[in-house]
Design a protein around this ligand. Structure first.
Ligand SMILES: C[S@@+](CC[C@H](N)C(=O)[O-])C[C@H]1O[C@@H](n2cnc3c(N)ncnc32)[C@H](O)[C@@H]1O
Length: 257
């Protein structure tokens, strides 16, 4: 997607089509939220780019959300500030407007990631915090054996972590973010210990990479998973994960100062 859709979606996924049930499946995960909040510590004003329905916006900060999709803006709960309609690549704020800038699960959708990250750097006086996935680790997840094109899509969309830190200039810390087994935020790896969740079409719709795979292929992938769950094959291979409290997957937090 190069321009913006009728809904305003500016990235490579159309949230008018897939965003309707987003917030039912993509609640902020408190243990991940705590890490994001810690990375922003010391800030009072924070811009949240690609803010969606407001996950990971802490009430500890005065947050200015920016979100291009009308469908996503409409899902913001009443207690959160309304989002400014805008795109990362052209943030409608003067230089150094905020104490800090954040973005979660969004940069892989931007048409020009480097431009968006430069914009975040420009409008923040302090840290720029990016929650994203390391494309080099995406295919390590067991789902790759079932849905290769979905994870190939994810690996292709996520910018290399080195490219993110380079675009942000200066010094950046990159930390692996442990994913809890009961993770409230339903991205693919969040279901590492609950594979049955990926049989739910609405749960898959809340992970935009599935929207790049045609329905017949997605049907084949989920049928394979359903079969392996029914006959015990999945549990024989991966069942230990059901009792593993955290997964160290591809999720990373980048904090550039
Ligand atoms: C997976 S959602 C994440 C939303 C929220 N940050 C969260 O963690 O739940 C990705 C969001 O990025 C937004 N987005 C896509 N392209 C964008 C762009 N170029 N600039 C700003 N936001 C963009 C989408 O509209 C969508 O709301």
């Amino acid at each position: 997607m190069t321009g913006r859709t009728a809904d305003g979606s500016a990235g490579d996924a159309d949230y008018a089509a897939i965003g309707g049930g987003y917030s039912a499946y993509r609640q902020p995960e408190p243990r991940i939220a705590a890490l994001v909040e810690q990375a922003l510590d010391g800030a009072r004003t924070v811009v949240n780019v690609g803010a969606g329905a407001g996950s990971y916006e802490s009430s500890a900060f005065e947050v200015t959300p920016v979100e291009p999709s009308a469908s996503m803006r409409a899902q913001r709960p009443a207690h959160l500030p309304p989002a400014v309609d805008g795109v990362a690549e052209r943030l409608p704020f003067p230089d150094d407007s905020f104490d800090a800038a954040m973005t979660t699960f969004s940069i892989h959708q931007w048409s020009d990631t480097a431009a968006g990250l430069h914009e975040m750097r420009r409008v923040s006086r302090g840290p720029v915090v990016v929650l994203t996935c390391d494309p080099d680790l995406v295919r390590d997840f067991w789902l790759y054996a079932y849905a290769p094109l979905v994870l190939d899509t994810e690996a292709r969309r996520y910018p290399a972590v080195a490219a993110v830190t380079e675009a942000l200039g200066g010094h950046a810390d990159v930390t692996a973010v442990p994913i809890p087994a009961d993770c409230a935020d339903g991205f693919n790896e969040a279901y590492y210990a609950r594979p049955e969740m990926l049989l739910d079409p609405a749960a898959r719709r809340a992970c935009s990479a599935w929207s790049f795979v045609d329905p017949e292929t997605a049907g084949r992938y989920t049928e394979h998973l359903r079969r392996d769950l029914a006959d015990g094959t999945w549990d024989a291979r991966h069942g230990a994960l059901r009792d593993q409290p955290f997964l160290r997957g591809s999720l990373v937090l980048v904090r550039a100062v």
